[in-house]
Design a binder for this molecule. Sequence first.
Ligand SMILES: [Zn+2]
Length: 227
Amino acid sequence: MKILIAGRRWAAIIAGITVAGAAAGTAAALQTDTASAGSMPVVVIDAGHGGIDAGVYGVNTAVKESDINLVIAKKLRGRFVNAGFECVMTRTTNGGLYGNTSKGFKMRDMQQRRRTIEESGADMVISIHQNTCPLPSRRGSHVFYEEGSSSSRELANDIQYRLNALNGGDNAALTGDYYILKCSNAPSVIVECGFLSNAEDEALLCDEQYISDLSYAIFSGCISYLS
Ligand SMILES: [Zn+2]
């Protein structure tokens, strides 16, 4: 409900931002109505895991999901900030958000993410993760949303569309029962960018140009949604 009102409020502002084709990744493809800065939506970008919680590991390089999530989150933040959005990160370092590593650290970590989302007055929440699967051939991007949230579903579909265009997939956005999707009434999604259990995906997720293209695809999906 909120987003319908918000959508009207932002429509004219977002109309000042044009995005090129889904695979385009250059800053030149972006034009921003900077005069509107300050009245733009608040976007929370959540880099999943961190600290002793590395998430999943790359099949060949053992790269940590938590580190890749942060690289993508920072790149995505740059795109939103350049476009005049207010952007809040749940974490900006490789460390976790749990304080000490005693029992219950994972819940403390997630509760800190919730606090950041609540205090930011988020208009949109994007959580960045990487996937894993026992089947090594499984690859591609999946966007998750909370069942019953139509605004989250629309946002997820718009991002999934752009990611499919980027990596040639035909995946549909999926529902998922995840804590981070329940932290706000704002449209909230988890973007599982790729599978670290797949060698090709792992190589792409360690590639600077692909990270740039990937962040642009996610950003473009968000702009499509807001438009
Ligand atoms: Zn994860």
